[in-house]
Design a protein around this ligand. Structure first.
Ligand code: BDP
Length: 604
């Protein structure tokens, strides 16, 4: 799926701004044929939840309505016009001038619809009904229930089966773009670089709609200089002496596609791509043939007021803070991030593990980890959940959206699913097969594993290319006891490396809640001292294992969660606060990471 751009043949209108907004109390039916019966507004794009003074609105579960009006300049009306949502969380019914024109389920992937047939000459009314309901069929997974109030009106309840606030709304840009009537529909770029000769074959497929005499592809280097060109919708162009995209040293080429009819360029689109090679071999994660060491984070799209909404200054700041610390990577925990963030990472050379919104696939999810004491703990996840269809859909959508991104080095198919329970392998095997098959660049795939899934109990490890562990020894297990935690960390890594000698291992989560400004002479949990000790302990063990290929800590910044006795205004495992001020541990990690090279760290 192409990102909407202005090109010599395309224009872009941005519908950001104030939209009318209301929650649907399901008392008086809303008729989308009429303007919404309110004057309240919210700002789009952003989550609706934190833009209000009302607890009732903030915590509303069920349906909400958003509405805006727009005009399309006359000269554009002869073009094909496409309305495109960066996302609509979690389900959307879209009406234009009162008529339903599209519907999409899944809150973190884009969708679009042609609108020419529904447009009026002026004052078009775009109305979106959204649902933030999550249940056992959706991703993420929610515990859904309904009650009635004293007047008999339905009350919907979503209890997040995961540890982040269920922000919703139009959280990413909503745009209208134009194309000619015959147009370029999609571009797929697969670089294949010969690292010895440093030449790269660039396989380019172009999907078009309508009729063209010819499709021309020109490859430009970062200075805009042509390095190759050819014609055809499926071709291989060679870049001689290719400049590689490297972690923290990005280099982007452009594939300029011209669709030509009667000697005239009718549609044109420029897709950026990087030349780089990703392989998993001999228990190493290779980027451009060299063993890469992941240093970085699990993150969230989460900031004050915007909630989960697109916040580009925060994205830019986060990348700067990461780079300043010597980090080189992050995971889009626990859902696909905005396309703008992916484009930023392409430019900045940040290596991304791209995760689906498959989080909460464990019916017994909670803070009680006592089941860790039994080695045959099972739950009923795979008989209860009905998420397979949503999971297949989102794998297809995320690969379709992100397939050309240089920054994407691996797909994470799920976070902390019950891979230890009966039925897990049968659930995941077809999903991994699908991801491998759909990805034109054949990137490695993984899932991040919860502590109950250990070398003895995890039924699905054979599916992953990289073992990715979320571990909380010293926090949820043996809180405060770092000596035992060190032993447990070491013992488990030893067991994994002995049992799976061909698979690289990394940590995709480890951390400790830390209250900024809380200090302790006794290194108590929640203090800044404890957070630093915790990370020092983990680092020491990581460095003992040659096949340990990376550390992505939990979390980059404090973030909002649902209320609960385990959370005080959210999850405090950030090494930065929610407003991005550093906790004490940042200095330690900066020192560690700036001394760890991106490549060949573990080569003894
Ligand atoms: C893991 C989850 C993550 C949580 C984290 C925590 O993957 O979403 O926020 O632990 O408890 O279970 O802090």
């Amino acid at each position: 799926m192409l990102y909407p751009l202005t090109t010599p043949s395309r224009t872009l209108l941005d519908l950001s701004g104030l939209w009318k907004f209301m929650i649907d109390e399901e008392i008086n039916p809303i008729d989308p044929k009429k303007p919404l019966p309110i004057e309240d507004v919210i700002s789009v794009p952003a989550s609706f939840n934190d833009q209000t003074a009302s607890k009732k609105i903030r915590e509303h579960n069920g349906f909400v309505w958003c509405e805006t009006n727009f005009d399309i300049a006359k000269p554009l009306r002869s073009q094909r016009l496409v309305l495109r949502f960066g996302s609509a969380t979690h389900e959307a019914w879209v009406y234009l001038n009162g008529k339903e024109i599209t519907h999409h389920k899944g809150g973190f992937t884009p969708f679009e619809v042609e609108i020419n047939d529904y447009l009026k000459d002026s004052n078009n009314r775009l109305t979106v009904k959204l649902s933030n309901i999550l249940d056992y069929t959706t991703l993420p997974v929610g515990n859904y229930s309904e009650t009635r109030d004293k007047d008999g009106h339905i009350q919907r309840h979503v209890d997040e089966n995961f540890d982040f606030f269920n922000y919703a709304g139009l959280q990413r840009p909503v745009k209208i773009y134009s194309t000619p009537k015959d147009y370029i529909g999609d571009i797929t770029v697969v670089p294949d670089v010969d690292l010895e000769k440093s030449n790269a074959d660039i396989h380019i497929k172009v999907a078009t709609e309508g009729h063209f005499d010819e499709v021309k592809v020109t490859l430009l280097n970062q200075d805009g200089v042509q390095v190759a060109s050819g014609t055809g919708v499926d071709q291989t162009l060679q870049i001689v002496d290719a400049h590689l995209w490297q972690p923290l040293h990005a280099y982007l080429y452009t594939a300029k596609v011209d669709a030509i009819e009667n000697g005239e360029v009718v549609d044109t689109y420029s897709e950026e791509f990087g030349v780089r090679k990703i392989e998993v071999k001999n228990a190493q994660f290779l980027i451009n043939g060299k063993p890469f060491y992941f240093k970085g984070f699990g993150k969230h799209e989460d900031s004050y007021v915007h909630g989960r909404g697109f916040n580009e200054p925060v994205n830019v700041l986060d990348i700067h803070l990461m780079k300043d610390m010597g980090a080189n990577s992050f995971r889009t925990s626990h859902y696909p991030y905005s396309e703008e963030m992916m484009r930023l990472c392409d430019r900045e050379g940040i290596v991304v593990i791209d995760e689906t919104p498959a989080v909460g696939l464990m019916t017994s999810f909670g803070f009680d980890v006592s089941m860790l004491e039994s080695d045959d703990y099972q739950d009923d996840t795979w008989t209860k959940l009905k998420t397979a269809e949503a999971h297949r859909q989102v794998i297809k959508e995320i690969i379709d959206r992100d397939k050309n991104h240089a920054c994407v080095a691996m797909w994470s198919i799920a976070n902390e699913a019950a891979t230890f329970s009966k039925g897990a392998y049968e659930y995941f095997k077809p999903l991994f097969d699908e991801a491998h098959e759909l990805d034109p660049q054949k990137r490695p795939c993984t899932y991040t594993s919860i502590m109950m899934a250990n070398p003895k109990t995890d039924n699905c490890i054979s599916l992953v290319d990289v073992i990715a562990l979320n571990r909380y020894y010293g926090w949820y297990v043996g809180n405060g006891d770092l000596e035992t935690a060190e032993r447990a960390t070491r013992d488990e890594l030893k067991e994994y490396s002995e049992k799976f000698p061909d698979k690289p291992i990394m940590y995709t989560e480890y951390g400790a809640d830390t209250i900024p400004g809380l200090h302790s002479n006794y290194d108590e949990p929640f203090s800044e001292e404890f957070q630093e000790d915790y990370y020092r302990m983990a680092s020491k063990v990581f460095d003992e294992f040659p096949h340990f290929v990376g550390e992505q800590l939990w979390n980059f910044a404090d973030f909002q969660t649902k209320f609960g006795i385990q959370r005080v205004q959210g999850n405090k495992k950030g090494i930065f606060t929610r407003s991005r001020e550093p906790k004490m541990v940042v200095r330690y990690l900066k020192n560690r990471w700036t001394n760890i090279p991106n490549f060949d760290y573990k080569k003894k």
